[in-house]
Design a protein around this ligand. Structure first.
Ligand SMILES: *Cc1c(COP(=O)(O)O)cnc(C)c1O
Length: 467
């Protein structure tokens, strides 16, 4: 399989080069040149690791050894604390929740990053290369990337988080990892400052070369691909249980930030998976809901909410959907993005937004409703939701009349990651799972640093090029 840039001005690459390159040189995102087709639902594997191999193999075939790939997939999902990796939980009138948070860091990002870390290490070791991954995080991405990279000999990972602005659980999940290839930096600034620092490091060609900079964020195709699998798993299980049919296919509600997770569902559908519609659930930061309602993509200021991993105004993976909806015109996407960057606002053609609306519907859920969803679901079912998943359920409630057929909400985080909001809703703090039970007793290792690009670049050089 070859991968093309969504801006149309970079050469096509194979899977491994697209993964290591991350962002295409023309600023675009890599996208498979065609859609491999899944077998009929009845022929999808029921074992998660087998299904993962079945769904992903067409994208990596010819680039990664088959046995090695199978072993990496199996190992990645053995690290999950649930028997069927991503359990489906019935919430009665609110539909089902697909719990994606039983990986090492308790957020769905582990599903992709556990495999991506192994893939990076495998292909880099084979090439005798080493990379430095720099990640900016507002909370969940940092710990998932650290767990993916820790102890891997071909990778150094540097994570920038905004000092004093992530939760204690989130910070400790990063800073208590004691490995020589893991480097935590608390930047004296905001998450946006951290993101700007990372962007500036990527834009500095000499620096980029010196430390062999690479990215594991959700603009990387390899991050999106493993997320396609659990959509297939949900459809397979609900079909087998007689709860989904060809005429009443499954709808998915996805708590959305960067649009990576819901985009993976769209890809599953393009690969032939029977799916109804996708609910793009947002918190108060509702750029996507406004876009789906109006066809105008316009940024606003970012407000902090109870679901911080969705506090985002520029959803980078939307570019992949726009590319497909413009019949893969890189020129059209490049021009849209240029206007969006220049003016903070751009309108897409009527035919394009109509096409998008036939598959996606947006809904916004505010903090009060989020708490109310956690409270009422706990009261009626005993299940404790995290605030992100609660936004997804809130959107299902809001759109009940518009959705026919079963609805699955993606459960994106374990409630113990957000104990304060959960306590407000249900009156008690959820316990951390066993492997993290002593999190607050472990020593923390991090470097505090001013928001200063040159100083941080020197820190990265010192930490990663000493040998
Ligand atoms: C990252 C994250 C999201 C947003 O996912 P995207 O793929 O960026 O849309 C939602 N919930 C949680 C808990 C997350 O960590």
């Amino acid at each position: 399989m070859k991968f093309q840039s969504t801006r149309g001005a970079s050469p096509e690459l194979g899977f491994v080069d697209a993964m290591i390159t991350g962002l295409a040189p023309d600023g675009g995102l890599y996208f498979p040149v065609e859609w491999p087709q899944l077998p009929p639902v009845g022929e999808l594997a029921t074992d998660y690791a087998e299904l993962a191999h079945q769904v992903m193999w067409p994208f990596v075939e010819g680039e990664v050894d088959s046995d090695a790939f199978q072993a990496m997939v199996a190992e990645s999902y053995r690290a999950f604390a649930a028997d069927d990796v991503v359990p489906l939980v019935d919430l009665g009138a609110d539909g089902q929740v697909l719990e994606l948070f039983w990986g090492p860091t308790l957020a769905f990002k582990d599903v992709a990053l556990q495999l991506v870390g192994r893939l990076f290490d495998h292909v880099l070791s084979a090439r005798g290369e080493r990379v430095t991954i720099v990640v900016a995080t507002s909370g969940d991405t940092g710990s998932a990337a650290i767990e993916a990279a820790r102890g891997r000999s071909a990778i150094d990972i540097v994570v920038l988080h905004p000092a004093d602005r992530v939760s204690d659980v989130q910070r400790r999940q990063m800073t208590t990892v004691d490995e020589p290839n893991v480097h935590n930096v608390a930047v004296e600034g905001t998450f946006d400052d951290c993101q700007d620092l990372v962007k500036a490091m990527f834009a500095d060609e000499a620096f980029r070369q010196k430390v062999n900079l690479s990215a594991m964020n959700s603009i990387n195709w390899a991050r999106v691909m493993p997320q396609v699998v659990y959509y297939a798993a949900a459809v397979q299980r609900l079909t087998e249980a007689g709860l989904a049919t060809a005429s009443e296919p499954v709808n998915f509600s996805v708590p959305t930030g960067n649009f990576g997770n819901v985009l993976a569902g769209y890809i599953a559908k393009r690969m032939g998976l029977p799916v109804g519609r996708f609910v793009v659930a947002s918190n108060r930061n509702d750029i996507l809901t406004r876009f789906l309602d109006s066809g105008v993509l316009a940024t606003e200021e970012v407000f902090p909410t109870h679901s911080p991993s969705m506090d985002i105004q520029v959803s980078s993976n939307l570019e992949r959907l726009l590319f497909d909806a413009h019949e893969r015109s890189g020129a059209a996407v490049a021009s849209l993005q240029q206007r969006f960057r220049g003016e903070g606002r751009v309108e897409v053609d009527g035919s394009v937004i109509d096409r998008i609306r036939s598959e996606f519907v947006g809904w916004r859920v505010d903090d009060n409703e989020t708490v109310e969803v956690i409270r009422s679901v706990h009261e009626s079912t005993g299940v404790v939701l995290d605030p992100h998943t609660a936004v997804g359920i809130g959107a299902v409630r809001g759109l009940r009349d518009e959705l026919t057929g079963p609805v699955v909400t993606l459960g994106t985080a374990h409630p113990a990651k957000f104990p304060d909001v959960v306590e407000t809703a249900v009156g008690s703090r959820p316990a951390l799972p066993e492997h993290l039970a002593d999190l607050f007793e472990r020593p923390e290792i991090m470097t505090r640093h001013p928001n200063d690009l040159a100083g941080l670049q020197q820190l990265v050089i010192d930490r990663t090029t000493s040998d």
